[in-house]
Design a protein around this ligand. Structure first.
Ligand code: 21W
Length: 247
């Protein structure tokens, strides 16, 4: 996959795309990320990228001529969908990450100030994404979030091919608790079943704890998900245990 990022703050991307997993994916030729400075496409000697809003009001708006010059140049190299990161976009989730991971090419546009001129959106943007209901200063961190979530779904990017499929959200449950050595740490043990070597009992315990965690913290996920017979039985056990708790 090739991803081109359009931003006024290209230096923000260094650590995120150069480090460990994404760096290795690029070295392996699985992923190419190129970051463009929108300011390089300005037309005047001051390299102006924004202007005051028509109709008045606070803040500045990114200029359509400059942003479109940047988009059109990048599109000669990367013909992918242009995705604008904006608080007004559809909220990003794992399903959206999976669908973007099917694309061979993506162009991510990061906004700043009050955003971009509406005509850019009307004529040059294919998709708009938010990463959640909180206010940031720009689209750069959201672009990095999208890149990270999408890149790890590309086959070969994670060391362990299966881990991206097996985890939380993919099966619709939160993860079960993890333990490593030592078997006792400051008076706290490890659930004995995990030390037993009984793989079937361990599988059942992990499924039950995943259900318990999801019920406690994300009951909305349980409502969305169909439970099979084993999961229904484990959930009934959890509910009766909780009834008796603190008795
Ligand atoms: C924040 C731009 C707020 C515009 C009232 C009047 C991209 C983002 C962003 C930003 C506004 C994402 C205002 C989650 C985010 C992003 C910068 C609205 C301010 N209020 N996902 N004017 N959260 N944020 N203008 O902030 O560009 S994806």
């Amino acid at each position: 996959m090739r991803i081109d990022v359009l931003t006024l703050f290209p230096e923000m991307f260094g650590a995120a795309i150069g480090s460990s997993i994404l760096g290795r994916a690029q070295a392996a030729g699985l992923l190419t990320i190129r970051v463009w400075n929108i300011r390089d496409f300005a037309f005047d000697k001051h390299r102006t990228v924004d202007d005051i809003p028509y109709g008045g009001g606070a803040g500045m708006v990114m200029k359509p001529d400059v942003v479109v010059a940047c988009i059109e140049h990048v599109k000669t190299i990367n013909p992918g969908k242009v995705v604008y990161l904006t608080p007004q976009g559809a909220v990003f989730n794992q399903t959206k990450a999976q669908s973007l991971a099917q694309e061979a090419n993506l162009v991510l546009l990061c906004g700043h100030y009050e955003g971009i001129d509406q005509r850019i959106r009307d004529g040059w943007i294919d998709d708009e994404i938010s990463i959640g209901d909180y206010v940031l200063t720009g689209g750069e961190l959201p672009a990095m979030v999208v890149i990270d979530a999408v890149a790890r779904l590309i086959p070969g990017v994670l060391g362990d091919e299966t881990s991206a499929q097996e985890e939380s959200f993919v099966n619709g449950l939160l993860e079960y608790p993890h333990y490593t050595r030592p078997a006792e740490f400051r008076g706290r043990g490890v659930p004995p079943v995990l030390l037993s070597g009984h793989h079937e009992q361990i599988r059942k315990w992990r499924l039950k704890e995943a259900l318990r965690m999801t019920l406690a913290r994300r009951p909305d996920l349980l409502e969305k998900r169909q439970l099979n017979a084993e999961e229904q039985q484990l959930l009934r056990e959890i509910l009766t245990e909780d009834c008796n708790e603190g008795r």
